[in-house]
Design a protein around this ligand. Structure first.
Ligand code: ADP
Ligand code: MG
Length: 509
């Protein structure tokens, strides 16, 4: 029986291993066609009919409505890959699929699952050892290639500039549609998506004293919900005045800290906004959480969650705050912040979908360049290291012996799925391409050769400027090996029924 990824119903005793293999293959099929520069995008539509168009493996996994428990375990591989390396998520899922498919052939040949798992671990350890001797040192020119590979050329220079200038936590990326991709820029200082809450507020503030509030600035809900019994108009008047006085008092207690710039992640009562405006305070409402965190990191302000407790020591500073016009709406720019390594990237593109996709690419590319910079080691792309490892593991398998030897060979075969898929996605014959690539790898310096996605030939990836951090491939192989050896040893999948559903045989969950 073919198990669907969206069908989480399981029967104890069903062939658990074939379910695992089937689901690993299905997940791989979902993302396979997005691998590489010629990969196609996936369009994801959620229940609210919101659309995400992406070719980022992690996003596809995150946004897809896939709820089979085995699928969830495999999707964790993509999550780990994204967290550790910012890249290689699609590759990790495809590798897992290929390892499970190879395992299925071994199972048919009556190789015991434990032997497969041990063989896979032996192969993974050897691959790690082989990777130690692989790779090249890093300089700025190489980093530029890394960024180009990650961004497929788009605005790669910005990524290198930013990744070399600042640690990842000091980089803020903001988006603005209705522009050209080439107008994307990096600036030193902090850009925040937002604008002043009232026209009466100033356009710029020198030496701002900045407060960050992550709560509504209003009289609390429970006080508003009071049922007030009034008997005449003057009492109504009194009640309203009382409330307004309370609001003004609240605004004043915030102003008493010496604040003249306030960013609030929630909403603010209009009477309070008016009081702030007359006192010359600069205020932005509904600031994104990530922007609030970037503000705290750049200015030294503390994010306050209880308005009553705000004090002068919670405030942050910078030399200048100004509103700058970008596209048809303003943005807030802070320069001269105490954290001097603060940089921002402004992503421009024609539409919101494109801007979102490019932001994701920026996030990843900047992370990838930082990793290459940190590790000081890169490898050629285009599937090159996978083929090198595959060839070496095939040789090594002969020294392993026993049933595990077959598992090491299967592992070596599975690694070829990356160059093979790259060739396939370019519309080329994957077998011809793979044969050409294997041949190229027997030459001197053959390890640099990967798939040329334009014509399917094997080409020197370093000359072609396709370079990646070694950590991306190492992590993808390690986690794919781990998850496959775990899944292959699963004997039964038992999902406990929720109490109310016991006795309801047709219930699907
Ligand atoms: P992942 O989520 O695994 O990073 P990508 O869609 O980003 O998936 O594809 C990455 C793969 O594409 C890597 O193997 C990389 O070496 C390869 N690649 C990227 N650019 C090129 C190129 N210009 N030519 C050949 N291969 C490339
Ligand atoms: Mg990638």
């Amino acid at each position: 029986m073919s198990e669907k990824v969206n069908d989480a119903r399981q029967q104890a005793g069903a062939s658990a291993r074939s379910v695992c293999i089937d689901i690993a293959k299905q997940l791989s099929d979902i993302v396979k066609h997005t691998l590489g520069p010629s990969g196609l995008d996936n369009m994801l539509v959620d229940q609210a009919k919101d659309v995400v168009i992406t070719n980022d493996g992690a996003t596809i996994m995150k946004e897809s409505d896939i709820d089979h428990p085995v699928a969830k375990v495999i999707m964790d591989v993509a999550r780990t890959q994204e967290e550790q390396c910012f890249d290689g998520t699609t590759s990790s899922i495809i590798l897992t699929g290929a390892l499970m498919e190879e395992a299925s052939t071994l199972l048919k040949n009556k190789i015991h699952p434990t032997k497969i798992a041990i063989g896979y671990q032996i192969a993974a350890i050897k691959a790690e050892e082989l990777l130690l001797d692989m790779g090249m040192k890093v300089d700025e020119r190489v980093l530029d290639k890394v960024a180009q590979t990650a961004m497929t050329g788009k605005s790669a220079g910005i990524c290198v500039e930013v990744a070399m200038a600042a640690p990842l936590e000091d980089i803020n990326i903001v988006r603005r549609p209705n522009g050209k991709i080439r107008d994307s820029t990096a600036i030193s200082g902090l850009l925040i998506d937002g604008q002043k809450a009232s026209h009466e507020m100033p356009d710029a503030v020198e030496d701002p004293k900045i407060a960050l509030i992550a709560a509504d600035i209003d009289i609390p809900d429970y006080a508003q919900a009071l049922n007030v019994q009034v008997t005449n108009n003057s009492e109504v008047q009194q009640f309203i005045e009382g409330r307004n006085a309370q609001l003004v008092e609240m605004a004043q207690s915030i102003l008493d800290t010496g604040v003249n710039v306030l960013f609030c992640s929630r909403d603010i009562h209009p009477a309070i906004i008016e009081t702030f405006a007359t006192k010359g305070l600069y205020l932005v409402r509904r600031v994104r959480r990530s922007d609030m965190e970037a503000l705290a990191n750049a200015t030294g302000a503390r994010i306050v969650v209880n308005v009553d407790t705000i004090s002068t020591k919670d405030l942050g500073t910078s030399k200048l705050l100004e509103e700058v016009n970008i596209g048809e709406r303003p943005m807030v720019k802070l320069t001269g912040t105490p954290n001097e390594s603060t940089v921002s990237v402004l992503v421009r593109a024609p539409t919101q979908h494109v801007v979102d996709e490019i932001k994701r690419a920026f996030d990843d590319a900047i992370g990838v360049v930082s990793i290459a910079y940190e590790d000081q080691s890169v490898v050629p792309g285009g599937g090159a290291p996978y083929l090198t490892l595959s060839a070496n593991l095939k040789e090594y398998a002969a020294t392993v012996g026993g049933r595990e030897q077959m598992a090491v060979e299967a592992f070596a075969n599975a690694l070829e799925v990356i160059p093979k898929t790259l060739a396939e996605n370019s519309g080329l014959d994957p077998i011809d391409s793979l044969i050409a690539l294997r041949k190229a790898h027997t030459q001197e310096d053959g390890w640099k050769y990967g798939i040329n996605v334009n014509d399917g030939t094997a080409c020197d990836m370093i000359e072609a400027n396709v370079v990646e951090p070694k950590r991306v491939a190492a992590q993808a192989i390690r986690s794919a090996a781990d998850i496959s050896s775990q899944l292959i040893r699963i004997e039964k999948i038992i999902t406990a029924k929720r109490k109310a559903e016991i006795g309801d045989d047709d219930f699907q969950y």
